[in-house]
Design a protein around this ligand. Structure first.
Ligand code: SAJ
Length: 411
């Protein structure tokens, strides 16, 4: 098949390469000319395990371009961010991708939406745009992505998928296309249910992280170590409490629940969970204040810009919120993330980031941070806040550090 994929980001590019390796001719389209040029120079725009290898293998079947061409199938995988003022889905990219397809689409071609959207978007917004130029017989399905950054390729191949088709023929055609690389089960439904399912998945995770975060705040008050308590509670066969942390980042979980809430007054736990998770950076700054209350003109170092461990993705990362709140309160902030490149304020070495620093604050659970040797650090004051509970606290204590761990009310 000739397939045109619109949006070559964290989902679109791996999907393109998997389809190309499955024998399809894939044209990847992006409005960002840097990405297109990079790919056509055989360079990848971001890192993801296994992607490099797949890219090399896909070469003859994959090409990047700035414009959409008429194809047997089109896949839309563009961002759907949250419009910050109104807290509603910003569907501009989906609209312009649909409009670009409408100009080249012919009878009998297939359109698939992978981007996350509020329920009803396919029916009320996308399909009317696709049909704008008069085409009647098109096949359409929503096939929401489910892969987790850091394990994208593995999950794209092995996870079960949901395909929500406009009609039976659409669903079957899209199932055949995805079967070329998906080894998990494929379940079929209608478009609106598929849109809702995707939002439920991410909301489920957001609410469960919020519960873990609330437990951490309660444990601090009750002088209990939440990490030990969660470990013990999870020995119950039907309990699986997630990990507390400095907040929820990333392009999905921090955003998608609001797509459920935007048109309804019934979304109560959904919005409360968002509130709890968004409040965690404020809590981290309170911990910082307690730690450095006697220091004049304090400087702190935030370890980690990425929104979670072992990825280089900084979207919606709690680090930025913590930095902003701390700076507004007169604290100088330095940043260090060994995985993130091309972010101007990122220090190039840990040594540079801790110069004159009064407190280290571990935000991102990168494995690389576990290797830091406290003996070698030259801090102005030896203070450490571990917001992920990943460091060897005894070792840091032995080296003279005062330590606070998020959720540990015993220290
Ligand atoms: N986090 C915690 N505690 C936890 C787990 C995560 O604080 O116990 C934090 C992370 O540090 C991060 C945020 O939550 O800041 C989100 O990370 P994540 O690993 O839970 O999820 P994402 O955003 O990387 O990917 C999610 C996945 N969705 C679900 O697990 C339901 C992935 O499968 C989706 O494809 C992706 O969202 C998406 O694109 O929707």
């Amino acid at each position: 098949m000739n397939i045109c994929i619109l949006g070559l980001g964290y989902i679109g590019l791996p999907t393109s390469l998997l389809l190309a390796n499955a024998g399809n001719k894939v044209l990847g389209v992006d409005i960002n000319s840097n990405i297109v040029e990079k790919l056509n120079r055989n360079e990848l725009p971001f890192k993801e395990p296994g992607l490099d290898e797949l890219f090399k293998k896909a070469k003859n079947n994959f090409q990047a371009s700035s414009s959409v061409q008429s194809s047997d199938a089109y896949i839309i995988s563009v961002p759907t961010p949250l419009e910050s003022e109104m807290k509603m889905a910003d569907l501009d990219a989906v609209k312009s991708a649909s409009s670009a397809i409408s100009k080249v689409i012919k009878e009998g071609q297939i359109v698939i939406l992978e981007s996350t959207v509020p329920p009803g978007t396919s029916e009320h917004l996308i399909l009317p745009i696709l049909r704008e130029k008069g085409v009647k017989n098109i096949y359409y399905a929503h096939c929401p992505e489910r892969a987790i950054p850091g394990k994208t390729l593995h999950e794209m191949i092995h996870n079960d998928r949901i395909i929500g088709g406009l009609d039976k023929e659409s669903t079957e055609k899209v199932k055949n296309l995805y079967s070329s690389f998906v080894q998990g089960n494929i379940f079929l439904t209608d478009t609106k249910t598929a849109e809702f399912v995707k939002l439920m998945e991410n909301t489920f995770r957001d609410i469960n992280i919020a519960l873990a975060n609330e437990f951490s705040l309660l444990a601090e008050e009750a002088h209990i170590n939440v990490w030990e308590a969660i470990n013990l509670a999870n020995k119950h066969p039907r309990v699986n409490i997630l990990k507390p942390g400095p907040g929820v980042g990333g392009h999905c979980i921090a955003i998608d629940p609001m797509f459920l809430a935007e048109k309804s007054s019934k979304a109560r736990i959904v919005t409360l969970a968002r509130e709890i998770n968004s409040g965690m950076p404020v809590h981290v700054v309170k911990m910082i204040h307690k730690m450095i209350k006697d220091v004049k003109n304090p400087t702190i170092t935030l370890l980690g810009l990425a929104y979670k461990g072992n990825v280089d993705d900084i979207r919606e990362s709690s680090t930025f919120k913590i930095k902003r709140i701390a700076e507004n309160e007169g604290i100088s902030v330095k940043l260090y993330d060994p995985l993130v490149q091309n972010y101007p304020e990122n220090s190039s070495t840990l040594e540079e980031a801790i110069k004159n620093s009064d407190c280290l604050v571990l935000i991102t659970d990168h494995d690389a941070f576990k290797e830091i040797d406290p003996k070698k650090l030259l801090m102005r004051h030896k203070n450490l806040i571990d917001a992920r509970n990943i460091l060897d606290h005894n070792l840091w204590k032995k080296n003279g550090y005062q330590i606070k761990v998020l959720g540990d009310g015993t220290i």
